[in-house]
Ligand binder design. Structure first.
Ligand code: MSP
Length: 660
């Protein structure tokens, strides 16, 4: 008898909804933005791997004063400015292999409508009222200050006089939710993490909670979502931004989808924006009758070489430059390994290079490359079959250690203790390295009678690599997939695995290994603490360095600078120079002519990716012959010994335009 369709029970797939803050588009992304987004990506990948249907949301916060001011400074209308800036975020996420499911911009209709819907809901529920908003206003900065922030009647930021303003605004009755919020936090210990932050929020709620001013008069700030029932006002940027967490999964537009994803499992935020999330967002959700997110996790802040990161100090860490220098995976690894998630940390190239060389190049990279080399050398390039009779206690210990990781790594990941999860994984890396030394396959290979033992040892190493790759995948997706493929497995790690995939012995013998380039080539330690990436000439590689007189850095006059004829060039063709691994031959359109240039950038770029790119060319440089090819000019790039990034333009520009 056929079962009736009703009797078929569908096991609902477990879901996981994770968000990052949405980032202001007033400036390009820095290490702080990269940190939250990478951490979210690691969690999302981990959950997918463990069978959760995962929705991972990030995006940009595009309204409000900060963004409007940045646009004015650029002489652009705010939408055009946002359209331009958003690409810097999107491109960075691509480069950092971020696997977000959606990317929201608060200027999109799908979001704006829902913000207006939320405002109407609040009004219909009688939770809004109009009242005077008072404060000290700095006209040039267009910013309000509280009485105790003003210094001698002057703006604490720019020092100019402030004026007392009273203007009518809309308020949300936030104060009404104080007790409920305190209760919620007390009842759900995991709601705000880490615990120290939870206590901070509770401390904040000890004081009376004020109502929240959620509008700005349009006359003063036009760049925002208009109030649907009062055209004289736009929405306060924080209310606008927070709503992204529900507007995207379907609140007010797609009930089924919304029910599937809400409440979010976790909002990851930096410690500076915890109050807005824990208090503003929670009370707004209560007002709308919605569940609160299951967890708000506030991570710490990065300093750089012991100093606060700031534009004026010139020490803002550009994640693009770090990914270019160390590789995306090493950068991701470092950020999560260096500092316990939740605490503040310090970024330095010394620390980054130190971990890179010792943990990635040495521990992991060597284990991987020596395993593959030995399989190639002693086993004809195919993973050998282990011999049950040749298995020793040592092997069983390693299999057992690998088996324990499912729980131990999982436990740390579920507690957001990324550095501990990595430490757990490293217990297997370390034992595998010891195992190689103790079993010395090179000695076993000398005695044909020891073949069964040699095969068994090599299989154990290969299988360890496969298992390591699975656990490393959320952190270093490209490296992990390479490890899996090169060891001869066909597994794809960006999908859910089956529980048995984690079990020892699943690697099929006889598959050919494919040894590629080293996972993490060793790096030289930085000699000094570089404050800023310097702009160097891309053609200044050792191979083509022409006698340049190395002098002490000295100041030049504007007239010296004017001697340089810098022009916009567009790369028309690019090809490798035979026999020179650093050189590319380019033809570059500079408006009036096409120049042939030899540039030392072949290690960094494949020729195809340069075609169509705008570059900065020194057009009045004496021609030089490099490897028999005439080079008429130089292109600019950032980097010290090695080229890290080519200098280019934010906007599209015409070839030939003067750069000054
Ligand atoms: N637009 C708001 C968030 C709205 S979410 C509904 C915003 N944007 S932001 O671009 O200024 O900051 C985003 C994140 O960057 C914050 O989580 C902040 O903590 C983080 N960081 C900024 N500087 C940082 C460091 N130096 N170190 C680590 N994270 C830092 O706030």
């Amino acid at each position: 008898m056929k079962p009736s369709p009703r009797k078929i029970i569908l096991r609902k797939q477990k879901t996981f909804y994770i968000t990052t803050p949405i980032y202001y588009v007033n400036d390009v992304p820095h290490i702080g933005h990269a940190y939250t987004t990478i951490a979210a990506d690691v969690l999302a990948r981990y959950k997918r791997l463990r069978g959760y249907e995962t929705f991972f949301l990030t995006g940009t916060d595009e309204h409000g004063q900060k963004v409007q001011q940045a646009a004015v400074k650029q002489g652009l209308d705010p939408q055009a400015h946002a359209d331009r800036m958003v690409t810097a975020f999107k491109e960075l996420w691509k480069r950092l292999t971020i696997s977000n499911s959606d990317f929201v911009r608060t200027t999109e209709d799908r979001h704006k409508w829902i913000v207006q819907y939320v405002l109407r809901e609040l009004k219909d529920r009688n939770l809004l009222y109009q009242a005077a908003y008072e404060g000290w206003y700095c006209l040039p900065d267009e910013r309000f200050w509280a009485g105790n922030e003003v210094v001698d009647g002057k703006c604490p930021e720019c020092g100019r006089p402030v004026e007392h303003i009273s203007e009518s605004n809309y308020f949300f009755k936030m104060s009404a939710y104080r007790d409920r919020l305190i209760q919620h936090i007390r009842k759900h210990p995991g709601f705000i993490q880490p615990e120290s932050r939870r206590n901070e929020v509770l401390g904040f709620l000890d004081r009376p909670l004020e109502d929240l001013c959620i509008s700005r008069p349009r006359a003063r700030l036009s760049w925002g979502i208009p109030f649907p029932f009062d055209p004289d006002y736009v929405t306060y940027v924080w209310v606008d931004a927070l709503v992204n967490y529900i507007s995207v999964p379907g609140y007010g537009s797609d009930d089924r989808r919304f029910k599937k994803w809400w409440p979010a499992d976790i909002h990851l935020v930096g410690k500076d924006i915890l109050t807005t999330h824990a208090v503003y967002w929670s009370t707004l959700l209560m007002a709308l009758g919605l569940d609160l997110p299951k967890t708000l996790f506030a991570h710490g802040w990065w300093t750089v070489n012991g100093e606060k990161m700031s534009k004026s100090l010139g020490n803002v860490v550009d994640p693009n430059a770090m990914a270019a220098e160390y590789g995306t995976d090493a950068f991701r690894y470092f950020l999560l390994r260096e500092v316990p998630f939740g605490q503040d940390g310090d970024f330095s190239k010394q620390a980054m290079t130190g971990r890179y060389n010792s943990e990635l190049a040495n521990d992991l990279g060597n284990l991987f490359s020596r395993t593959l080399t030995m399989i190639e050398k002693y086993s004809g390039g195919a993973v050998p079959k282990p011999h049950p009779k040749a298995v020793k206690a040592d092997d069983r210990r390693m299999a057992a250690r690998a088996g324990k990781l499912y729980k131990s790594v999982g436990g740390e990941m579920d507690r957001f203790a990324f550095h501990r999860a990595l430490l757990e994984i490293w217990t297997l890396v370390d034992s595998a390295n010891r195992y190689v030394e103790q079993n010395a396959p090179w000695d076993l290979a000398k005695d044909p009678k020891k073949r069964p033992r040699l095969d068994t040892v090599l299989y154990h190493l290969a299988e360890t690599i496969r298992i390591l790759a699975i656990y490393l995948f959320p952190f270093m997706p490209t490296t992990a997939q390479r490890m899996i493929t090169e060891i001869g497995s066909t597994a794809q790690l960006d999908h859910a695995l089956k529980p048995w995939d984690y079990q020892w012995g699943k690697l099929k013998p006889a598959r050919a290994v494919q040894k590629g380039r080293p996972l993490f080539p060793r790096m030289e330690a930085p000699a000094t603490i570089p404050k800023q990436e310097t702009v160097a000439s891309a053609t200044l590689s050792k191979e083509i360095r022409m006698e340049s007189t190395q002098t002490e850095p000295s100041l030049i006059t504007i007239d010296d600078f004017r001697k340089l004829e810098l022009r916009v060039g567009r790369v028309v063709t690019a090809e490798k120079v035979a026999g020179a691994d650093k050189l590319l031959k380019l033809s570059v359109d500079i408006g009036t002519e096409t120049r042939q240039i030899v540039a030392g950038i072949a290690k960094k770029y494949i020729p195809e990716e340069l075609i169509g790119k705008s570059v900065i060319l020194i057009a009045n440089l004496k021609p030089a012959v490099i490897r028999g090819i005439e080079s008429r000019g130089m292109i600019l790039a950032a980097g010290d010994k090695e080229v890290e990034a080519l200098a280019t333009f934010i906007e599209p520009v015409q070839p030939g335009l003067r750069v000054k």
